[in-house]
Design a binder for this molecule. Structure first.
Ligand code: FES
Ligand code: FES
Length: 166
């Protein structure tokens, strides 16, 4: 028996996509398999590791815990949407590069989206606040030291962007 599908429109990184998905299709799978946006990584598939984090209307969300049909009508931002419009690295990406915030890189997209939302909410985090900001994201490779440094550096770069835009 063929499974019933639902036609949905997903706004991802400012682009409208159409997909026909079963009601049970996870947003993480829809992004990766239906839309080909494989930057969103899937680790635990249980909402624990944070690797699959995307922004839904600017808020970090575990895409492995959300159905694709529930995401219709919302603005989704994946790691692919964090670059600047001219293709240059966005502040969080640039900070990770400068501060050596990644090793294997598997967890990195989830950190980048989480931190993007975190510094929007708290544009000048202390080191402790930076540590709290990434506490829900698991990385097996690092001691988080450089990731925490990257949070503070990303906030600095984002503030400089704001000052430049003002
Ligand atoms: S894959 Fe979603 S939280 Fe781990
Ligand atoms: S860099 Fe390897 S899991 Fe985080």
């Amino acid at each position: 028996m063929t499974e019933q599908t639902h036609e949905i429109r997903l706004n991802v990184n400012g682009v409208e996509h159409e997909a026909a998905v079963p009601a049970r299709r996870l947003l993480s799978d829809a992004l990766r398999h239906d839309l080909g946006l494989t930057g969103t990584h899937v680790g635990c598939e249980h909402g624990v590791c944070g690797a699959c984090t995307v922004l839904v209307d600017g808020q970090p969300m575990r895409s492995c815990l959300m159905f694709a049909v529930s995401a219709a009508g919302h603005e989704i931002t994946t790691v692919e949407g964090l670059a600047r419009p001219d293709g240059e690295l966005g502040p969080v990406q640039q900070a990770f590069r400068e501060c050596h915030g990644l090793q294997c890189g598997f967890c990195t997209p989830g950190f980048l989206t989480t931190i993007t939302a975190g510094i929007a909410e708290n544009p000048d985090p202390t080191e402790d606040e930076a540590r709290d900001m990434v506490a829900g994201n698991l990385c097996r490779c690092t001691g988080y030291q450089n990731i925490v440094k990257a949070v503070c550096r990303a906030a600095e770069l984002a503030r400089a962007d704001e000052d430049g835009a003002a």
